[in-house]
Ligand binder design. Structure first.
Ligand SMILES: *Cc1c(COP(=O)(O)O)cnc(C)c1O
Length: 474
């Protein structure tokens, strides 16, 4: 804290001085009245109270995350979670020996997920927490690559041309294939087909295919890809050709939805070919940002070469991670959620989201210009609504104009174009997460109607395109 009555200089403008007192009003203090350094490393110490105010103020400009309907990630948490996060600020997941109880909690979460996802090895489940689905996907993908390499080497065959088959995937799979030199055989979308199909998968399989990745909740529309159909088609492929190709399910969203809201859907370890699954704890797992999970079907599905054994109180534990130090609070909060909610609570929370999604889809389709692409049907996908402008019509505005107009009331409702081969198709999407309540949805619908009225009264002269719009989809 500056000493009483000391004359201070401003870093940016050394000519500007002001007498400073410890009890100066926050914004009247010279520190905040003159502006803080932005690009050069600050020279002097400053008052924590004032700097806190300045930093908090800047965060305000990020917008209100609760109105961000682009993100899949949690933006509301119970007060107990805030308390646990604070209590865990010092927990490092990598120090299993120093924080053995946090390590124990992580192991319990893995066991619980193995049970939830019908692992045949549920009493000795194999898996770990990660920073999110991206890291989990890297680990699941790497294990498939290593298993394929081992098989090929045993047969005396080359291992220089691995390929991976996916549908239209989240960017983490582009990263995985690029970082690990794997050919990415991504099934492009087509008019009327926005998901992978067994036929499209089979036509891309060969002896160099390390695995197939269906997504349970495709990023662009929210729909589930048909994991069981892919499983059955790959069974037939093996019977016909001998090729034994495993499945890794990207359950980033669906891994925490389907078990509660579509329990009949077979997508998990009930299918023998599913060798690993990833999910984001911080999406529909309802944990705060920074936790994902990857589980393998059985011990043999995780190559020993990926495992580092570490000591922790009374035993050995696997360390499988790309990171070294990593915060533990998110994992502790995940455990809190499992105990706090159970299957009952998760079903209620997610059930409310699906109801809101259906309401939104219904209202949006009634507005006139729009056609629903996916309406949040709980048997078919995640609680998301995606829509496009009715085919062959020109309402005089683009979805990018509408997204821009909704920002006036603080709503972030992303519009974006689909990936190849549907780059010309723009769609708009709402993710209904915990906390996007029925009442908030009603307000959003009112504001959408007001936006359409506004656009009609003040026709758009030059429409926004996907290039003009900020790319805030995920
Ligand atoms: C969000 C998402 C990812 C990436 O997950 P993070 O937890 O953000 O790293 C991967 N795949 C799908 C299908 C997703 O929705």
């Amino acid at each position: 804290m500056p000493k009483q009555g000391v004359s201070t200089q401003n870093d940016r403008n050394p000519m500007y001085t002001q007498t400073e007192n410890a009890d100066d009003e926050t914004y009247g203090s010279s520190e905040l009245a003159m502006g803080l350094p932005k690009s050069s490393f600050p020279d002097v110490e400053r008052d924590p109270r004032r700097i806190y105010a300045a930093v908090r103020d800047e965060l305000m400009l990020d917008g209100n995350s609760r109105q961000n309907l682009a993100t899949f990630c949690q933006t509301w948490e119970e007060p107990e979670i805030h308390q646990l996060m604070d209590a865990c600020i010092d927990k490092n997941m990598v120090d299993k020996d120093e924080y053995p109880q946090t390590a124990e909690i992580e192991a319990r979460c893995v066991q619980m997920l193995a049970d939830l996802w019908h692992s045949p090895a549920s009493d000795h489940a194999v898996g770990c927490s990660t920073t999110g689905s991206s890291e989990a996907a890297m680990l699941g993908g790497l294990a498939m690559k290593r298993r394929w390499e081992a098989r090929r080497q045993a047969e005396g065959k080359p291992t220089d041309k691995p390929n991976l088959i996916t549908g239209p995937v989240q960017i983490c799979w582009h990263k995985f294939t690029r970082y690990w030199d794997i050919e990415h055989r991504e099934i492009p979308m087509d008019k009327g087909r926005l998901l992978m199909t067994p036929e499209e998968v089979l036509s891309r399989c060969d002896e160099n295919t390390i695995g197939v990745v269906p997504t349970l909740g495709v990023t662009f529309t929210g729909e589930y890809e048909p994991v069981k159909q892919i499983n059955d088609a790959l069974d037939k492929l093996q019977a016909d050709t001998g090729l034994d190709i495993p499945i890794h399910v990207d359950g980033a969203s669906g891994g925490f939805l389907a078990p509660f809201c579509a329990p009949e859907l077979e997508w998990d370890f009930r299918l023998p070919r599913v060798s690993s699954i990833n999910a984001s704890g911080h999406k529909f797992g309802l944990a705060p940002l920074g936790v994902g999970w990857v589980l393998w079907r059985e011990e043999k599905d995780l190559p020993e070469s990926m495992v580092f054994w570490v000591n922790y109180l009374g035993g050995n534990m696997r360390d499988i991670a790309l990171n070294f130090s990593r915060p533990g609070g998110q994992i502790v909060c995940q455990y809190y959620n499992f105990l706090r909610l159970g299957r009952e609570g998760y079903s209620k929370v997610h059930g409310a989201c699906y109801r809101s999604a259906e309401y939104l889809a219904d209202e949006i389709s009634k507005m006139g210009p729009f056609e629903i692409v996916f309406g949040g049907d709980m048997a078919r996908g995640i609680p998301a609504v995606s829509w496009k402008l009715k085919e062959g019509t020109d309402p005089g505005f683009t979805l990018f104009d509408l997204a821009d107009r909704l920002r006036v009331r603080g709503w972030q409702v992303p519009a974006y174009t689909l990936p190849s081969n549907c780059q010309d198709q723009a769609i708009q999407r709402i993710l209904v997460r915990n906390g996007v309540s029925q009442d908030l949805c009603t307000l959003l619908i009112e504001h959408m109607k007001a936006a359409l009225d506004h656009i009609e009264a003040h026709p758009v002269k030059e429409s926004l395109t996907s290039e003009d719009a900020s790319g805030f989809h995920h």
